[in-house]
Design a protein around this ligand. Structure first.
Ligand SMILES: [Zn+2]
Length: 217
């Protein structure tokens, strides 16, 4: 198996390569017009999104032409590959294809609605997931720590009682930030408080980010 010629990707790991092949297979099923819309796939470490996509149009007269950019979250891919392949890859392929078709037809680009769900169901048997449902499948705490958000503890048992705080530090230090689950005050924590899974994730991410920084991802 290989990727279609119109899909430009620079996978570094075997899993990234597999993800690129899976995206290519979804686009092929959608009969993606790669001659008019080459696709660039890149891997990132965003906090909030498992996948993202954007279209650019360079020729507005029919048949329109341009390019598409797809971003896959490297951390979500490696931390839960089964969910990533099952849900994220077809969801993003359907989304970018829907955007393109809407542009070709000169209408407003719809977002994750019924038309998206139909497109998605045409390429996979997996049940459609809203962006919020997708997000809940993945643990973004390690990514948030990498972005220098603040590790905190609450009264919930571990590992859920270890959280990452993204609000104003003054509010946290004034004791005004509380856990939505237990209602307990959020208290600053240190690396010694990291649950083992978080420590392992951070070790992986520090290595992966230093490596990918060097290749300008
Ligand atoms: Zn709590």
């Amino acid at each position: 198996m290989d990727t279609p010629d119109y899909l430009d990707c620079k996978p570094v790991t075997a899993l990234e390569r597999e993800a690129a092949i899976a995206l290519g297979a979804c686009l092929q099923k959608l009969k993606w017009p790669g001659d008019r819309f080459p696709v660039e796939l890149r891997f990132n470490f965003e906090i909030t999104r498992a996948g993202s996509s954007a279209l650019k149009v360079t020729r507005t007269t029919a048949p329109i032409a341009g390019s598409a950019k797809v971003g896959f979250n490297h951390w979500y891919l490696v931390s839960k590959p089964a969910d990533f392949f099952r849900f994220v890859i077809p969801a993003e392929a359907a989304q970018v294809d829907l955007q393109r078709r809407a542009m070709e037809e000169g209408r407003i680009v719809p977002d994750y609605g019924s038309e998206w769900a139909r497109t998605y169901s045409g390429i996979t048997d997996a049940p459609p997931q809203s962006p919020a449902e997708l997000q809940e499948r993945f643990d973004n705490r390690p990514l948030r720590l990498m972005k220098k958000q603040i590790p905190v503890r609450c009264d919930c048992p571990l590992p859920a009682g270890f959280q990452v705080y993204g609000g104003k530090p003054e509010k946290l230090d004034a004791g005004e930030a509380a856990c939505r689950e237990c209602g307990g005050k959020l208290r600053r924590a240190g690396e010694a408080d990291y649950p083992p899974t978080i420590s392992q994730s951070m070790a992986y991410l520090r290595h992966a980010v230093s490596r990918t920084g060097a290749r300008g991802r």
